[in-house]
Design a protein around this ligand. Structure first.
Ligand SMILES: Nc1ncnc2c1ncn2[C@@H]1O[C@H](COP(=O)(O)OP(=O)(O)O)[C@@H](O)[C@H]1O
Ligand SMILES: [Mg+2]
Length: 201
C-alpha cells in the first residue's frame, strides 16, 4: 500500500479530519466494519458510485467542504492525482489535501452549481459572463500544459456569489504542448462545447 502523501494545504484541515484522512484506506483498517466506523466518525455522505462503478466512488465529508474520490481497479490509472497536483494554486482548481497513489484523494468541494444543473433546472444566469469566466479559467489550465479530454458541463461549477468557475474531475486530463496554436485550438474546442450545450451557438 502506498504512503499517504499530504500537500501544503493539508495543515489547514481540522485536526480530527487530518487524523481520519490518514486512517481512510490505510493498512490500519483491517476490516469493513472498522472502515465504516472511521467513515461514520467523519460524517461522510452515502458513497456515490462514479458513473462507471468499476472506476471508484465519491463521497463528501459533510460540513468541511471536502470530497473523497476513491479509485477502484479501472480508475486507479486515471490522471486525477497528477493533474490536480500540477494545477494547484489556480483559482479554478480545487485544492488537493492528501492522497494515496492509485487509491484515493481528498479534495476541496467545488462551490456553486454545475453548468449542467443550470441548464437542466433552467436557472437564470448571465450566460455570457459564465462563458467569459470559463474562457479565463480554462486558459490558465491550458497555460499550465494540461487539457481536459472529457469536456462536460457537469465538470464545470459556477459560484454565483464569487462569480468564479471551478473545474472538477481530472481523470481524463492530458498533457498539452505549450504552443500558442495548440492552446488556442484547445480553448476554442472548450468554448464551443460550452456554448453548444448552453444552446448559444
Ligand atoms: N470536487 C468536487 N466538488 C463537488 N462535486 C464533486 C467533486 N468531485 C466530484 N464531484 C461530484 O461527483 C460526480 C462524479 O465525480 P467525477 O470526478 O466526475 O467522476 P466520474 O466522472 O468518474 O463519475 C461529479 O459529477 C460531481 O457531481
Ligand atoms: Mg466525471
Amino acid at each position: 500500500m502506498s504512503q499517504l502523501v499530504t500537500t501544503d494545504h493539508f495543515n489547514s484541515l481540522d485536526e480530527d479530519i487530518k487524523y481520519y484522512c490518514s486512517k481512510i484506506y490505510s493498512n490500519d483498517i483491517s476490516n469493513e466494519e472498522e472502515f465504516l466506523s472511521v467513515l461514520s466518525r467523519i460524517n461522510v455522505t452515502n458513497l456515490i458510485p462514479l458513473r462507471d462503478v468499476n472506476r471508484g466512488f465519491i463521497s463528501e465529508i459533510v460540513g468541511h467542504d471536502l470530497v473523497i474520490k476513491k479509485f477502484n481497479d479501472k480508475g486507479k490509472y486515471d490522471s486525477d492525482i497528477i493533474a490536480l497536483n500540477s494545477l494547484q494554486n489556480l483559482n479554478c482548481i480545487p485544492r488537493i489535501y492528501c492522497y494515496r497513489e492509485k487509491s484515493f484523494l481528498v479534495m476541496e468541494k467545488a462551490k456553486g452549481i454545475s453548468l449542467i444543473d443550470i441548464v437542466e433546472y433552467k436557472i437564470e444566469v448571465d450566460h455570457n459572463q459564465i462563458i467569459s469566466s470559463y474562457k479565463n479559467a480554462y486558459l490558465q489550465v491550458l497555460n499550465r500544459g494540461w487539457q481536459d479530454f472529457d469536456l462536460k458541463l457537469e465538470h464545470i461549477y459556477w459560484d454565483i456569489t464569487s462569480e468564479r468557475i471551478m473545474f472538477i474531475d481530472f481523470g481524463q486530463y492530458g498533457k498539452l504542448e505549450k504552443s500558442n496554436l495548440y492552446i488556442e485550438n484547445a480553448l476554442n474546442v472548450g468554448i464551443s462545447k460550452v456554448m453548444c450545450d448552453f444552446n448559444l451557438s
